[in-house]
Write a protein that binds this ligand. Sequence first.
Ligand code: ISL
Ligand code: CA
Length: 533
Amino acid sequence: MTALWWQTCVIYQIYPRSFQDTNGDGIGDLSGIARRLDYLVSLGVDAIWISPIYPSLMVDFGYDVADYCNIDARFGDLTDFDDLLMQAHRRGLKVLLDFVPNHSSDQHPWFVESRASRHNEKRNWYIWRDAAADGGPPNNWISDFGGSAWQWDEVTGQYYYHAFLKEQPDLNWRHPAVQAAMYDVMRFWLDRGVDGFRIDVLWHMVKAADFPDNPPNPTYRFEMGEMHRLLQLHSTDQPEVHRLAAEMREIADGYGARGQGDRVLIGEIYLPVDRLMHYYGGERPEMHLPFNFQLIDTRWDARSLATVITNYEAALPPGGWPNWVLGNHDRPRVAARRGQAQARVAAVLLLTLRGTPTLYYGDELGLSDVMIESSQVRDPRELREPGLALGRDPVRTPMPWDDSENAGFTNAKPWLPLHADWPTRNVARMTQDTQSILALYRRLLALRRACPTLSIGDFVLLNVEDDTLVYERRHDAERMIVALNLGERQHRLQLPDWARGSRLLLSTIEDAALVEDGAVLLGSNEAVVLKAS
Ligand code: ISL
Ligand code: CA
């Protein structure tokens, strides 16, 4: 096979508010990202995905878009964007934007018009319904951020639907004019040269036409958050979404001198694997990469991981390319979930599985979640259902660059506090330390770049025993072995005959494993990569 760039690349997610501030307002900006491009090159990633940078009221920190074709002044302007894109491309880095098609801001001119009167030309661009007989909302649907998903509008006497905040009304994607307008938005950025999009909540875009009540979720517990009281059977994952996804793909495929394969679409989809697979497309292709979030949610033991990996590999449709994610701006960080020692093992796993990995900024430093005092909470998710640990501020804190004031992130007060460990856990310091997790990430990324086997080779599960998981990656004549120790105890692992005489290429710990007599002595919390032939 001839691998395409989005199949062999490693994607790095940037949360722009927290990467690098350059104008002293405590908020990261586009010039800040440009200033740090050399860091990303030296780290060894190939593409960046930047969370939303469009004009926004920032009620949901950019996921409430007030203008799809511009840049929020807090981040810069279109000239800064073009400059960033040029500088990234000059360094061989691809740039992906976050496309937020499901909903706009309630301050978007389209919604301002839509809510002005029942007869407005844009009325049907959003989802308006009459009240139920008792005057209450049209059905029982719950917002992902808690509370009814319907907001009463006094002026026109109807409810509108919002899957997230009331400041984020859902667009009506059944309306052809909405489709056309949003496809133009994609073209606007593709024409500017962006290399693709991560598409926000793709599976939410179409709702059942007759808006039936959602059924109760039998496994709901209060701590899960109110949205989980119901199963989102009718409000998400409707069959009609697939035509839209295919049309988006057709637009992306129409770009680039190299034609098909030049621009990439990644769908944000939280669904069980069997449902997720539909988003690769059927007759017509859809997403290049429907995000696979299973490493975030799975139990962290050898057997669960092996099951997740083999079931996912087996479920892929013909030609469907795998991908793996360890963390993002919505979910607890891997270091917080698994601890520092296993964060290193997780790094090896992420970067030695078949398919495209996405790395969340700061995870390469082992950055952990930051406790946010209640007076400093910014995330509406936390403010609406406080105390359930659903808030996302803890995982969106500033990138620690060095041990100067405010970790080199800003010369003002950062919009969210830094993690207390920033004086030592920062890029400058960890670059000097060959045993740091940052150094490990650099070695892993370099190894992956040097050995296509690690990105595109076949995956073969070799052994699952106690706390250890061993697999092979194979491409042409090259065979590599990855062995992970998910626990504290040492293990002696017998290698298969063909792997006798394997060489150790990389280990997560200082006293690296011994390979002798056809066996590996795997230390506590150690992961290794071996080359057999
Ligand atoms: O809200 C959730 C659970 O708390 C998720 O099920 C949610 O659907 C998912 O996190 C969607 O996230 C995306 O869309 C949101 C935005 O706030 C997130 O930051 C974004 O990643 C609305 O645009
Ligand atoms: Ca700034």
